[in-house]
Write a protein that binds this ligand. Structure first.
Ligand code: ZN
Ligand code: ZN
Length: 349
């Protein structure tokens, strides 16, 4: 057992504080990872706020971890000390169900073990990645290519994995017209992946404030959703719309932007149920779908692709003491595009 510094909240309204947590000694298949950077994902804020009614405090968030292996268990075969690795949203799953065997661990029939706010198979609480180190079974660890800087790689572990899973499942590539709705932490990585896969990419966002960033990262077109001409000018023009915004939108209007066989993929959960006219779907054989994160093989494929094609999260590196302010800014959408915590600042002593 090792004791490491981390950051935790004691409740939805509490500020983050220094906490010392226990990490288990590596089991035969475990790797001990010294965390270098830990991303702040929007879903961390939901867990802190107990929006899913399962947060146990003190709560250590974090599921976008980039670090270096510092010890390995006796049966570890994939990693050695010094390797650059990442940990995303899960640290385990049943490994036996059809989904796990197919590599779709995110859909494990028994539910995967969350990296933050999770309960492992032994009934122990799992503390997240806002910490100096983390211990994870090697089967749920991925390799970060040397060409990716660690800070810029950390957010790929959730946001990048999610977008990669969407783009590959829906066969994004040359000749495909992709729309990314919402240009934030997830959207800005989606734009890069879709562009590097060869698709034509349109960004739709409320404002044009980040238009220059959009073009820089590979968008071919960047429009405001407040533009009254938008829904007529872009009617039936996309094969895929990826919605990253966690608010209810006019689903019929956005379905109208889909070409035949087009799909509207929803990644964020708005507060109200989805309602739409079936007529918006049967015209052009359109689909509405939802998906979340990615399995381990997809996550590794994503990192390899990002390393090869220079896809990186745009990050603002912060100290651990800045987490509360960072959360306030994430709430306001005031970040370009992801905060990552410098893990060397977790130790206050
Ligand atoms: Zn996330
Ligand atoms: Zn499973």
């Amino acid at each position: 057992m090792t004791h490491v510094h981390a950051r935790a909240t004691d409740g939805p309204e509490a500020r983050f504080r220094d906490i010392v947590i226990e990490r288990r000694d590596p089991r035969p298949k475990d790797v001990l990872i010294a965390v270098e950077f830990s991303g702040i994902c929007h879903s961390d804020l939901h867990h802190v706020a107990n929006d899913y009614n399962k947060t146990v405090y003190p709560f250590v968030p974090g599921h976008e971890v980039a670090g270096v292996v510092t010890a390995v268990g006796s049966e570890v075969s994939k990693y050695k000390v010094g390797d650059r690795v990442g940990v995303g949203c899960m640290v385990d799953s049943c490994r036996e169900c059809e989904a796990c065997k197919a590599g779709w661990h995110q859909f494990c029939f028994k539910g995967y073990t969350n990296t933050q706010n999770g309960i492992d198979k032994d009934g122990n609480r799992v503390d997240g990645g806002y910490a100096e180190s983390i211990v994870v079974d090697e089967d749920y660890v991925v390799r970060i290519p040397d060409s990716l800087p660690m800070a810029e790689a950390a957010p790929l572990m959730c946001a990048g994995a999610t977008m990669w899973s969407v783009m590959t499942h829906w066969n994004v590539g040359p000749g495909k017209r992709v729309c990314v709705l919402g240009f934030g932490g997830v959207g800005h990585i989606g734009v890069q992946i879709a562009h590097k896969l060869g698709a034509r990419v349109t960004v739709l966002d409320l404002s044009l404030d980040k238009q220059e960033d959009g073009f820089r990262l590979g968008a071919d077109e960047y429009r405001s959703t407040l533009d009254p001409e938008l829904f007529t000018e872009l009617a039936k023009s996309f094969d895929l719309i990826v919605c990253t915004v966690p608010v209810n939108i006019d689903y019929d209007a956005y379905a109208g932007l889909l070409a035949y066989n087009g799909t509207l993929v929803l990644l964020a959960i708005p507060s109200k149920p989805l309602t739409m006219n079936v007529g918006s779907l049967i015209v052009n054989r359109r689909s509405v779908a939802g998906t979340l994160i990615a399995g381990i093989p997809e996550t590794q494929a994503m990192l390899d692709f990002c390393g090869e094609h220079d896809v990186k999260a745009q990050v603002e590196i912060i100290d651990a003491d800045y987490i509360d302010e960072a959360y306030d800014r994430v709430m306001k959408g005031d970040v370009k595009f992801r905060f990552v915590i410098d893990a060397s600042t977790f130790d206050k002593s």
